[in-house]
Ligand binder design. Structure first.
Ligand SMILES: Nc1ncnc2c1ncn2[C@@H]1O[C@H](COP(=O)(O)OP(=O)(O)OP(=O)(O)O)[C@@H](O)[C@H]1O
Length: 312
């Protein structure tokens, strides 16, 4: 239903999207992740026909983005662009409803977005989180087949976020495709059934959150050490990608907690015993999505971050 073939987009010398191939299928909930400047917003702008590609081609529902939007197949909630001022919330949502070829009843849109209680508020008097909910109402004013959300929960409090994702789940259960860009990796982990990691305008990884975590390869190893520690020897352990040592006072008898990221946890632990160390509370676990994301993006950088930075 969405197809990018070799799509490129530059702004002057900045290559925001580079030779991007991407297919989205009906009913998927897809998270678009990437560090700042990775090209997420540019990709969404291209998808929505707000910008034209310099190279390659893209289609939505077998037609152009503009045509698909005219047909009321796409709803979007973007980061940029202010809301219309001088109108009440219900008037603005009513306007979006009137423009939608397959609109839902106004009460239902307002209730779904959790804005019934602010229906009579002026749009320019809303808090950041309330504005986001109104944007959400505008994106879901009718029966869209695809919903595109650029960092939708920025500024929302915990309960607003829960309401928001509950409503999005309902949309997905009704067979809609939901594509959202986010910096909240836990949202991607919990909500998306597919995660696409963009970096420097290209797809770096594409799969379920579990696949992305496995793809990062690294595992976490943590343990405590009693007594004096040899920091250089720990830094010299094989296959380390990150090392963090905490605790330990000035006295020799104190306990340190060591957290390691390793590309080969078995070999690292073996070498640790080889140092004559006796690790207590040894734990080996997979990476969370956040660490996997950092491991993947830093590994692909020309200048990788230091081990300490990667561990943070
Ligand atoms: N209108 C523009 N003019 C010039 N450069 C731009 C423009 N829009 C984006 N860029 C540049 O293109 C690159 C990709 O930006 P984009 O906003 O798509 O990234 P992003 O992944 O959405 O970033 P963020 O997470 O910070 O929102 C960045 O280097 C950005 O500075």
């Amino acid at each position: 239903m969405v197809s990018f073939r070799g799509v490129g987009k530059s702004y002057g010398a900045v290559r925001a999207v580079a030779d991007l191939d991407l297919e989205l299928y009906p009913g998927e909930t897809v998270a678009l992740l990437g560090p700042n400047g990775a090209g997420k917003s540019s990709t969404l702008d291209l998808l929505l026909g707000l910008r034209s590609p310099d190279s390659g081609s893209l289609s939505l529902f077998g037609t152009t983005p503009q045509r698909a939007i005219e047909q009321g197949r796409v709803g979007a909630m973007l980061q940029s662009g202010g809301l219309m001022e001088g109108v009440k919330v219900k008037e603005l949502v009513g306007l979006a409803r009137d423009l939608h070829p397959r609109a839902y009843p106004l009460d239902r849109i307002m209730a779904t977005a959790g804005i019934t209680d602010i229906a009579d508020r002026m749009v320019d008097k809303l808090s950041g989180g309330q504005e986001q909910r109104v944007r959400f109402a505008l994106a879901t004013a009718g029966a869209n087949d695809l919903i595109v959300l650029d960092e939708p929960t920025t500024g929302m409090d915990v309960s607003a976020r829960q309401t928001f994702w509950g409503a999005m789940r309902q949309q997905a259960e009704q067979g809609r495709t939901v594509l959202f860009a986010t910096h909240y990796l836990e949202e991607a982990d919990e909500i998306a059934d597919r995660v696409i990691v963009l970096h420097r305008g290209r797809v770096l990884a594409d799969g379920t959150a579990a696949e992305i975590k496995a793809r990062a390869g690294a595992r976490r190893v943590s343990f405590d050490l009693e007594g004096p520690i040899d920091r250089d020897a720990l830094h010299g352990l094989p296959f380390l990608t990150a090392l963090e040592i905490s605790g330990g006072g000035r006295g020799d008898g104190s306990r340190h907690t060591v957290r390691i990221q390793s590309q080969d946890a078995d070999a690292t632990v073996h070498a640790l015993y080889g140092l004559g160390a006796y690790p207590h509370h040894l734990e080996v676990s997979g990476l969370g999505l956040e660490q996997a994301f950092i491991a993947l993006t830093t590994a692909s950088d020309v200048t990788p971050a230091t081990a300490e930075e990667a561990a943070r």
